[in-house]
Design a binder for this molecule. Structure first.
Ligand SMILES: [Zn+2]
Length: 322
C-alpha cells in the first residue's frame, strides 16, 4: 500500500518553516490610533484594553514606541471637541488629527501616515454624512469628505482613507487632491465596509455612535459577496491605490475573492470587536492570547490581504522581532 506521507514535511520546526506558504511580517501591520482635542490626555479605552486616546501633546512617547516596535504605518482617527450638523471640526487646519499628522512627520518622517476620512466622529447626529429628513444625502456628503481629505493631505498625510461608504467618495477625493497639488497623496478605499456588529468598541473609542437609526442604508449588507466585489471594482476605477475589506476575520471569504479580482494591495481591518473578543477571553484565561492573535493575523494574510490594520500591531511586532 502506498501511503501519501504529508507528515514528512512536518517533522521539524525548520522543515515546517521552509515550506510555510504564508508568513507574517511587521511590514504587513498598520496601527490605528485615536487622537483627541485638548491637552494632557492619555486615556485607556474601556472596551479595548491596552488602547488609548491621545491628545497631540501626549503623542510623542507613543510615536517612539511605534518606531521602536518597527512598525511602518499608522492609521489616525480623530475625535471632536465640538460636534455640529456639518462636521465643521473635521477639516480644520489645526484640528487634532491634522496636528498629529504634523507631529508624526516631524518625529518619524519614515512612518507612513494614513488617515481615516469620515465625519461620523464630528457630526452631532453621528452619521457619516449630511443628514436630511432621516436620509444621509450622498452627493452633498462628498463635499465634507473632500474638505476633510484635503486638510489631511495639507498636513502631510501619505494616504487618506475614505470610510463613509458614500458612492463616489474615492473619485471626489482624487479630484480635490489633484486640483490642489496633492497628486502624490494616495487613497485607500474602505471599499467593502460591512454593516457589522463588530464595531461596538470602536464607537466607544471614537465617540461616533449614530444618535438615531443605524448605518445600514450606506454600509454593506453582511450577506453579500458580489456586491463587495463591485464596490472594490468601482473604487479601483475611481482611482483608489489600495482597497479594504472591513471587518477582517468574519470576512475572510471576501478577502479571498477580492484577491482573485484585483491587483491592488488589499488591506483588511481587524476591527475593534475582533480585538475585544480575544482580549476578554484571554483575560478570563480561556485562550492563549499571543497564539490566538498570531493565528488570526496569519489567517488574514493567508486569505489574501497584503496589509492588516490591527490594534494588535505593536504586540505582534514584538513577537515577530523576538
Ligand atoms: Zn463614519
Amino acid at each position: 500500500m502506498s501511503i501519501k506521507r504529508l507528515r514528512r514535511l512536518r517533522s521539524s520546526a525548520a522543515l515546517r518553516e521552509i515550506v510555510a506558504e504564508t508568513s507574517l511580517s511587521v511590514n504587513d501591520l498598520i496601527y490605528p490610533l485615536f487622537i483627541k482635542p485638548g491637552t494632557g490626555i492619555r486615556e485607556e479605552i474601556l472596551s479595548m484594553k491596552g488602547q488609548y486616546r491621545y491628545s497631540v501633546d501626549m503623542l510623542s512617547a507613543e510615536i517612539e514606541n511605534i518606531k521602536n516596535a518597527g512598525l511602518k504605518a499608522v492609521l489616525l482617527f480623530g475625535l471632536a471637541g465640538h460636534k455640529d450638523e456639518t462636521a465643521s471640526e473635521s477639516c480644520l487646519d489645526n484640528g487634532a488629527v491634522q496636528e498629529a499628522i504634523r507631529l508624526f512627520k516631524k518625529h518619524a518622517p519614515e512612518i507612513v501616515v494614513m488617515t481615516d476620512v469620515c465625519v461620523c466622529g464630528y457630526t452631532s447626529h453621528g452619521h457619516c454624512g449630511i443628514l436630511r429628513d432621516g436620509i444621509i444625502v450622498n452627493d452633498e456628503s462628498l463635499v465634507l469628505l473632500q474638505k476633510m481629505a484635503l486638510s489631511h493631505a495639507k498636513a502631510g498625510a501619505d494616504v487618506v482613507a475614505p470610510s463613509a461608504m458614500m458612492d463616489g467618495q474615492v473619485a471626489a477625493i482624487r479630484e480635490i487632491l489633484d486640483a490642489n497639488g496633492f497628486s502624490n497623496t494616495a487613497i485607500m478605499g474602505y471599499s467593502a465596509k460591512f454593516f457589522s456588529a463588530c464595531y461596538g468598541p470602536f464607537r466607544d473609542a471614537a465617540d461616533s455612535a449614530p444618535q438615531s437609526g443605524n448605518r445600514s442604508s450606506y454600509q454593506m449588507d453582511v450577506a453579500n459577496t458580489n456586491e463587495a466585489l463591485r464596490e472594490i471594482e468601482i473604487d479601483e476605477a475611481e482611482g483608489a491605490d489600495m482597497v479594504m475589506v472591513k471587518p477582517a476575520v468574519f470576512y475572510l471569504d471576501i478577502i479571498a475573492r477580492a484577491a482573485q479580482q484585483t491587483k491592488l494591495p488589499i488591506a483588511a481591518y481587524n476591527v475593534s470587536g475582533e480585538y475585544a473578543m480575544i482580549k476578554a477571553a484571554a483575560e478570563k484565561g480561556w485562550i492563549d492570547e499571543n497564539r490566538v492573535m498570531m493565528e488570526m493575523l496569519l489567517s488574514i494574510k493567508r486569505a489574501g490581504a497584503s496589509l492588516i490594520i490591527t490594534y494588535f500591531a505593536k504586540d505582534a511586532a514584538k513577537l515577530l522581532k523576538a
